[in-house]
Design a protein around this ligand. Sequence first.
Ligand code: SF4
Length: 697
Amino acid sequence: MHDATPKATTVLTHCPYCAMQCGMALVNDGERWSVASRDFPTNRGGLCRKGWTAAALLDAPDRLRTPLMRDHKGGKLRPASWDEALDHVVTRLEEISERSGPDAIGIFGGGGLTNEKAYMLGKFARIGLGTANIDYNGRFCMASAAAAGVKAFGLDRGMPFPMEDISRTQAILTIGGNPAETLPVMMQYFDAQREAGGTLIVVDPRRSETAKRASLHLQLTPGTDAALANGLLHVAIQHGLIDRDFIETRTSGFEAARRTASRYWPDRVERITGVPARQIEQAAHMIGEAETAMLLTGRGPEQQSQGVNNVLSFVNFMLALGKAGKPHCGYAALTGQGNGQGGREHGQKADQLPGYRRIDNPQHRDEVAAVWGVDPADLPKAGLSAVELLNALGQPGGVEALLVMGSNIVVAAPDSSRLLDRLGKLDLLVVADMFLSETAALADVVLPVAQWAEEEGTMTNLEGRILLRRPVRPPPDGVRTDNEVLKGLADRLGKGRYFTSDARETFEELGRASSGGGADYAGVTYERIDAEDGVFWPCPSPGHPGTPRLFLDRFATEDGKARFHAVEHRLSAESPDAGFPYLLTTGRVLQHYNSGAQTRRVDELRAASPEPFVEIHSETARTLGVGDGDLVALTTRRGRIVFKARLTPDIRFDTLFVPFHWGAGSVNALTNAVFDPVSKIPEFKICAVRIEKVGAD
Ligand code: SF4
């Protein structure tokens, strides 16, 4: 039995939510835990509203405290013992594997899982179950930036420099990112940059909270990012802003990118993007004439069927200006999920093994198999990526059982009505969660797991800084950690000798499995993280200081040069037409994190942002006869949902915006599951939509 008595009155740890992973203190007054400020190098004592209220999760009244099972499809969930639940899961998984092969079992992980869990989940898939089919919800957010980083620079570390460099650069170009709401504490660096005389250009169809602070806002039509980037490059070349010496010595492939950009003169780009030609010229000069400049992308350009190319097109612009691989310059992705960085490094992606090793690379397979003590020939090949995996659920020859850990796919996945159908056809759905999320509520077996402040583990923030989460208490009675769940399953599968549920042992093994890979953690220990306020990877040996800044001498490609990629503007999968005359784009609000499964359970956050809404330009609303607060139905080729209208002058006339954090009526019932061919990221940011008023306020 676990002792629920707090062991300390103050515990230094990190926020449970976004990729800032702000340092915080959890303080116990003898009865309850509350959040206090902690001086940590990234957030410098700052927390946003989500962080300040995070302790409420620890006392959430609907916390799961016992496994739940259904005796038959359509039956009610009933409490079960851990032995009964785990025995049942393993019996069913073995039956399915015997009947249809191990690939009939899928695993869906999460970008909020600690490094230890992400690593162990990938290992459990490959040698616990022998299935190729594991992927995770990071495929919904970071995949395009990650793939573009590898293509352009040879390595994906979302932010290849410390966050503080943002305050030291002269010009920032932010594309489709709204850190003022999604990473609020980061804005102190933007503020410092502005106070030092720096400029900020924001590209976004909405005049977001970040755009309101910008020196220049380019309000482009959703889906026209590559045209805009080519236009910027065109101007830079025509106006003599490019750095020929940098292009010559540190890059390759410029000529093809130059030829492509030569067709994107500003007034043509204005016709495609809706951004005035003079603003395109102004932006190119602001970035090109600054001594130092940074490019930051958010999900706007990334969550598109052209997501990788969109990012690459803006990287071209920065490379041509010589604004990469130098102090206070470069490209970074504004990672969203808490462990969006570490979660994609250690093997829960369908095509990767720990340390960014590729599962289709024989040498990489040998290296990981040696650490795991298995025959490399027994490791599965690459499996289905997230949307492909969800599309295969319940299909003939597809996936018959799914284990979900750290994800609420019913809310977060695109085209969710079709997903609901497919989940209903599964033989077995197992969900490990701390709450009865929308996905857990559909499961055949629900396994209650520990939350962030109830176990030890590491997270890697958006800078590539590895951080230590400390527990304030053990999990409550009846609750296990995710890795205890995996160990329990592995024991029953006769594979227990390969697994441990101890976080420190797991991290030590992860270090060995990542050694020599791109994301090398071999020299990192919990003690070092503690003593140094985090360690930046790569850190290949105990004496290595870690690597806050990458690419200063050479990029991580074979020849050390960054690569241009010629990118043409292409239409997104759906464009407005007579039946669906507007563009629908989705996103986030400050008060909620991802599917909202946690933040919707915090009273203060729920009260501040209780329900989804659709943002409409006031002029568009007037022509439709829609008033503020009226009920409007949005219809796409996938479904129809009613939202409250919120009128604003801050969005394009042709675009509607809905945040996705709510279960009932999630906008993802409307979004398009078409995906980028390289990153496999779904096109959350664009689909064609119709709007009609259905009721007055
Ligand atoms: Fe910091 Fe993000 Fe937590 Fe806000 S949600 S306190 S920005 S880690």
